[in-house]
Design a protein around this ligand. Structure first.
Ligand SMILES: C[S@@+](CC[C@H](N)C(=O)[O-])C[C@H]1O[C@@H](n2cnc3c(N)ncnc32)[C@H](O)[C@@H]1O
Ligand SMILES: *[C@@H]1O[C@H](CO)[C@@H](O)[C@H](O)[C@H]1NC(C)=O
Ligand SMILES: *[C@@H]1O[C@H](CO)[C@@H](O)[C@H](O)[C@H]1NC(C)=O
Length: 266
């Protein structure tokens, strides 16, 4: 791996510190209790500055499959609501934005309303819990299996105990026949790139609210199993595929994979 690619992280880190350091310090001055969530506060400012360009960067990939979302859509880590623009509103009956950072909720509400999703008629639901809180998701949406499509865009990298969390989301929240659509940066299949991803993750995750560069998210999703009535372990998916971002360098520390999986009708 070229050293320039291995150390590419520092230009991102520098840009992030440039936009987020003083605003984070200012927030801490006004509310010292934020010291407990300083990485999240920092990340809020980073994402406010860079989410639009990040979205632009993945637009072609997202445009090719996010319009496939149907029915009740659960958007994990909705952020500022960038995913809403890719939905085909004639196929989506309810947009559920799961976003633990409440400072982002007003943006989500505004963007969703422009697309015709409203809390007043139940077509928009904003949840403040994390993706790991499946009990609360089921309680609010009236489970079991209330969701037709789960979407995750650049969120699963910062969820601890990822394997268990996505397994429980797919098993308990996703309807049989429902889809899981994702676009994430993941652990590279190249040993040298993966080495650097693992090396940088402890530093990177301190600044970016737990975001890891070394999650094999696409493999975790593809490998979800269930146990049938005879005690046999089977794939929970009927069909599924993953693909990369066209033109992306294999040496990218943020190596992306998109995927579309359909849950088996048991
Ligand atoms: C990098 S942003 C991506 C936002 C959005 N999906 C987009 O593409 O613009 C990751 C988001 O995940 C949220 N997040 C952090 N921890 C989470 C958790 N445990 N469950 C769900 N979302 C979480 C963050 O607050 C943040 O808004
Ligand atoms: C939807 O999914 C199918 C494969 O199931 C794919 O061929 C198609 O390009 C996807 N995108 C859209 C926008 O329908
Ligand atoms: C949206 O979905 C409708 C109904 O399935 C379809 O007729 C239309 O072509 C879709 N629009 C886009 C932009 O994909």
């Amino acid at each position: 791996m070229r050293l320039a690619a291995a150390f590419a992280l520092f230009s991102d880190l520098r840009a992030a510190v440039r936009v987020a350091f003083w605003p984070t310090l200012k927030d801490l001055y006004h509310n010292p209790a934020l010291i407990l969530h300083v990485s999240r506060t920092f990340m809020t400012h980073v994402w406010a500055a860079f989410s639009a360009s990040t979205d632009q960067n993945g637009r072609l990939v997202k445009r090719a499959f996010l319009p496939n979302a149907t029915g009740t859509v659960l958007d994990l880590g909705a952020g500022f609501g960038h995913t809403i623009q890719y939905l085909n509103c004639s196929k989506v009956t309810k947009y559920v934005a799961l976003e633990p950072n409440a400072e982002m909720h007003s943006h989500i509400r505004r963007t969703a309303e422009c697309a015709g999703f409203r809390e007043s008629d139940g077509s928009l639901v904003i949840l403040s819990c994390g993706a790991e809180d499946t009990m609360q998701i089921l309680e609010v949406l009236g489970g079991p299996h209330p969701v037709d499509t789960i979407i995750s865009v650049l969120t699963l990298c910062s969820i601890p105990s990822l394997k268990g969390v996505i397994t429980s989301l797919v098993r308990d929240v996703l309807k049989p026949g429902g889809q899981f659509l994702f676009y994430e940066h993941v652990l590279s299949p190249r040993a040298d790139v993966a080495w650097w991803q693992r090396f940088w993750t402890p530093l990177w995750s301190i600044f970016f609210d737990g975001c890891r560069l070394d999650c094999p998210t696409h493999l975790h999703i593809g490998n979800i199993k269930y146990v049938d009535d005879d005690g046999k372990e089977l794939s929970i998916w009927d069909e599924g595929e993953t693909w990369g971002k066209p033109g992306e360098s294999a040496e990218n520390l943020w190596w992306h994979q998109a995927g579309q999986f359909r849950k088996r009708v048991q």
